[in-house]
Structure formats: C-alpha cells, structure tokens
Design a protein around this ligand. Structure first.
Ligand code: NZQ
Ligand code: ZN
Length: 379
C-alpha cells in the first residue's frame, strides 16, 4: 500500500492476512514520538484486533531481543507480527516470526538453514533504505561475538507493506543519506553480474540509480519534499524486492564486507557501504572493464573513451565518491571508527566466521587476503 495516510489500513490488512493477536515490534522511539504508533493501534482497535508491544529494536538489530520476542510470541499466542520502523525493526520481526514456529535455535537460520515457515509479518515503513519491506531477507547481529549474518526465505517476505512517504519526513539528514546510499548499493550489487545480455534489467537499474542521484539531494535539502520522499521510497522497494535481479547473477560481496563493519563498529549500514563500495569497485573493476565503463558513462555521466577504459572507470568511481560526500557520507574506515589493526580480524570473520567456506563469491571470488586488501583501500 503506497501513499499518504495509508497506515490507517493496518488493522484491515492484518485481518485480511489472518491476524487476530498481534505483536507490534518497533525501534528506539521515533514511531512513538511521531504519533505513528498511536495511529496504528487505533487502526487495530477499529478492526477488533488485539495486540501486545515490544519496542527497543536498535539499528543493527541484536539476537538478544529476537530471543525475547520469540518467548513473548509463544507465551501470548501471537499469530501476526507488525513491524513499525526501518530495516532493523523489520528484520528483527522476521527473525521472531521464523523463530516462534521453530523448535531449535533461531540462529540456525543465520548459518544457512532456509526459512520455510514463519508467522506472517506486515510492515509500516518509516525509512527508505534497507528494502526489507519487500525482501525475503533478515540481517541480525549475534551478540555472542558481534558478527552480522543474513537469513532468507519466501516465508519471511512481508505479507503486506505500507509505504507512506510522509512518515520519512522526520528523518534526520544523516539517516536519509544512509538510506540513499544503501538503495544505490542494492542496485549496484545487482549491476555487478556475470550474466550476459541482460539489457532490460541493466537499464532498470541505471534508471533507478539516476533517480536516486537526482532525488536524493532534494530530500536532503528539503526534508518535507513529499515527491522526492515518494520517489526514494519507491526506489528503495524496487531496488531490493529483486525486480532488478531476475535472470542475472548478483554480487553480495560488498554487503558481506560491510556487515563486518556495522557489526564491529555499530555504524549505520549505509555509512559502512559508503566506505566499502568505492573501495570494492576499485579492487575488482578489471574483472569486466566493459561493464564498469558502461556504469561510469551511463550513470555517473563520464565522457566515454573506449581506448582508455581505466580512466573512464576511475573517473566514474571518483564521481560516485563525490556524490557520497555531497550527501554527507563517510569515505574512510577511520570516519566510521574503524582501525587498521582490525583488518585481519574483519577479513577472517567475513570469509571464515560462522561456518563460511573461506571465499566470498559473486562478481569475483575473493580470498581472505583479497578481502583484507579491500579493507586496506578504505584507509
Ligand atoms: O529506532 P528508531 O527510534 O525508530 O530510530 C531509527 C534508527 O535510529 C531512525 N528512524 C527510522 N525511521 C525514522 C527514524 N527517525 C526519525 N524519523 C523516522 N521516520 O533511523 C535509524 C535507523 O533505522 P534502521 O531501521 O536501523 O535503518 P535501516 O532501514 O537502514 O535498516 C538497517 C538494517 O537493515 C539491514 C542492515 O544490515 C541494518 O541492520 N539490512 C537489511 C536488509 C534486508 N532485510 O533485506 C538488506 C540490507 O542490505 C541491510 O543489510
Ligand atoms: Zn544494504
């Protein structure tokens, strides 16, 4: 559901998807302060749907609160989870939804076990960023070691999502910028493909990236620009519900490399990506200069020079960095609180931690030493 005031449909939608006893799961308080939570409860009351609440999801959501939520849902016989917030509240909701119906430890899903069964989850989105409102993924930080991992399955793709762009007008500029950075990263991870002749999805991705480059700064300069907010919100959904990823291999190496940063330093995911992605592109562009030159020319507006692809590509990466800087993003490890001496640990965790097989595989295959080299390019 998309548009102004759509949160008033929450009760009706919960009913439509079979919910009668709801857990409302939200973050650190922005939804309380804005009055959104009260409006949502009113909508549930209006449909005679009973509910309990669990707030306190923090950015880079933690395993501890997920366990608490699972206990609560079992005890209270919850049959529907309503996430109010951003990627963190939504991902925590998805983890609780899967864990409640599972006999074992919910973390099994974050070490590769596919999620096949979960309570239905609905979302009311308050930040355009992670795309969790349309994805079948959840990312949780394990407090026992502070590392972040993802779980997937169609069972946790939201039953419905309510996207009211007005709700994002209270976002601080920093969070707006982190969101824009994440949306562009989701598009880039799909652009970095080894599948040939995927012209339609290439053009869709390029169009969405251009829209973000145009609309992002508008929302930064004018937080109440509804049209800019609406365009960004729709792009956030389209960037990560996999419409742009069909029929092509994808590359999630930058996300895997970033997740170590936001887990260890507790930086915003988007900020970690701003540091990671240009470094990653600098490291891997030689794998397919043609594709990276196409990106530089079509998206970053570089003048083409087929005789000298390296210059075009590096100019494109430079313009990407300049855009990130323009919207206030960090560009170095130091700016997100990272330290050079942590690099071996970060690379080891990315490649081998939590049962990983030793390489990160996507557009290119990266060994632990390669990953360390990407981190070094962030210094
Ligand atoms: O907690 P509250 O008080 O709500 O404050 C939040 C939080 O501090 C604030 N905020 C959200 N909406 C607001 C608002 N403040 C004022 N007005 C509003 N309308 O913004 C802060 C960030 O919220 P969060 O939910 O953490 O942001 P985001 O949507 O970027 O989610 C990030 C998480 O999603 C994961 C990331 O790794 C990270 O943990 N990802 C999830 C994915 C998925 N499930 O498909 C894919 C992504 O690549 C990503 O990895
Ligand atoms: Zn992301």
């Amino acid at each position: 559901m998309f548009g102004k005031g759509e949160e008033k449909s929450a009760g009706r939608l919960v009913r439509r998807f079979g919910g009668s006893r709801v857990l409302i799961h939200y973050g650190g308080g922005s939804a309380v302060r804005s009055g959104l939570l009260d409006r949502v409860k009113k909508s549930l009351d209006g449909e005679g749907v009973s509910y309990i609440e669990l707030g306190g999801v923090r950015p880079n959501p933690r395993s501890g609160l997920v366990r608490e939520g699972i206990e609560l849902c079992r005890k209270e016989k919850v049959d529907f989870i309503l996430a109010v917030g951003g990627g963190s509240a939504i991902d925590s909701s998805k983890a609780i939804a899967a864990g409640t119906l599972y006999d074992g430890d919910f973390w099994d899903f974050y070490t590769g076990k596919p999620i096949t069964e979960a309570l239905p989850v609905g979302t009311i989105l308050t930040i355009s960023a992670a795309g969790s409102e349309g994805s079948g993924d959840s990312v949780i930080t394990n407090e026992d070691g502070m590392f972040k991992r993802g779980a997937s399955g169609e069972a946790i793709r939201p039953a419905f999502s309510i996207l009211n762009p007005e709700l994002t007008e209270t976002l601080p500029a920093w969070q707006t910028a982190c969101g824009i950075t994440d949306i562009i990263a989701h598009l880039l991870e799909r652009y970095l493909t080894n599948t040939k002749d995927v012209v339609t999805t290439d053009r869709m991705i390029e169009g969405l990236m251009l829209a973000m480059i145009e609309e992002g700064p508008k929302a930064m300069d004018h937080p109440d620009d509804y049209e800019a907010r609406a365009n960004i919100m729709w792009a956030g959904m389209m960037a990560h519900n996999n419409s742009c990823g069909v029929g092509r291999s994808q590359c999630w190496n930058s996300h895997d490399i970033e997740h170590e940063l936001s887990a260890l330093y507790d930086c915003a995911h988007g900020a970690g990506l701003a540091v990671t992605f240009p470094a990653y592109l600098t490291y891997v562009w030689r794998h397919d200069p043609e594709r990276l030159r196409q990106l530089a020319v079509r998206v970053w507006g570089c003048e083409d020079d087929p005789e000298n692809p390296e210059a075009v590509i590096l100019e494109g990466i430079g313009r990407y960095r300049a855009f990130l800087r323009r919207i206030g993003m960090p560009l170095t490890l130091e700016e997100i609180g990272g330290r050079e001496e942590d690099i071996p640990k970060l690379a080891n965790s990315a490649c081998r931690g939590n049962g990983r097989g030793g390489t990160l595989d996507g557009f290119v295959s990266l060994t632990e030493e390669d990953v360390a080299n990407v981190y070094r390019l962030m210094l």
